[in-house]
Design a protein around this ligand. Structure first.
Ligand SMILES: [Mg+2]
Length: 167
């Protein structure tokens, strides 16, 4: 099933270079809203900045794919020094195809990181790459997203029923 998470992280910063190495992952496609920062926020937490630096130092290639508009994504992407795909249409594979070209990696070497099951998690499943789901970083502002959280709940429950842990 491509909606139930395979990995669920409490915080994006818990995805360590060691973990990525153990999975053979050399590049990440990062969501922005409620993954790297709050929904519609431009705030960059120190821990997120340090995490990005640590991954870069470990040789992990990074890029951003967001379904949000370029006006929203660009200032944040510029701040963290990453290229981005805006309006990336997750769960459709188009944004991930662009991201993969930028990373210059095989699919098995890349993973998507995001907070939404019906966009980020499903995009990973449809494109055939690993998906690391994170607990939303803050409250949802977007009304459509708020509605989708209710639909996500059974799949999160299934993750735990299968013995999944909050990583
Ligand atoms: Mg998000």
């Amino acid at each position: 099933m491509i909606i139930t998470p395979e990995y669920l992280f409490e915080n994006v910063t818990h995805i360590t270079p060691e973990f990525l190495r153990s999975q053979g992952i050399r590049g990440l496609v990062l969501d922005v809203d409620n993954t790297l920062t709050g929904d519609e926020s431009q705030k960059l937490d120190d821990e997120v900045r340090d995490w990005l630096d640590a991954l870069r130092q470990a040789g992990i290639a990074l890029t951003i794919a967001s379904n949000n508009k370029a006006e929203r994504v660009r200032p944040f992407a510029d701040r963290v020094g990453l290229q981005f795909v805006a309006l990336s249409c997750k769960p459709l594979p188009v944004g991930l195809m662009v991201a993969r070209r930028r990373l210059g990696l095989a699919r098995r070497e890349m993973a998507i990181v995001g907070d939404q099951l019906f966009t980020d998690r499903m995009a990973g499943g449809l494109y055939g790459i690993r998906a690391y789901v994170v607990v939303p970083r803050g409250k949802d502002v977007n009304k459509g997203v708020k509605a989708k959280r209710k639909l996500e709940a059974p799949f999160i429950r299934r993750y735990y029923e299968r013995g999944g842990k909050l990583l």
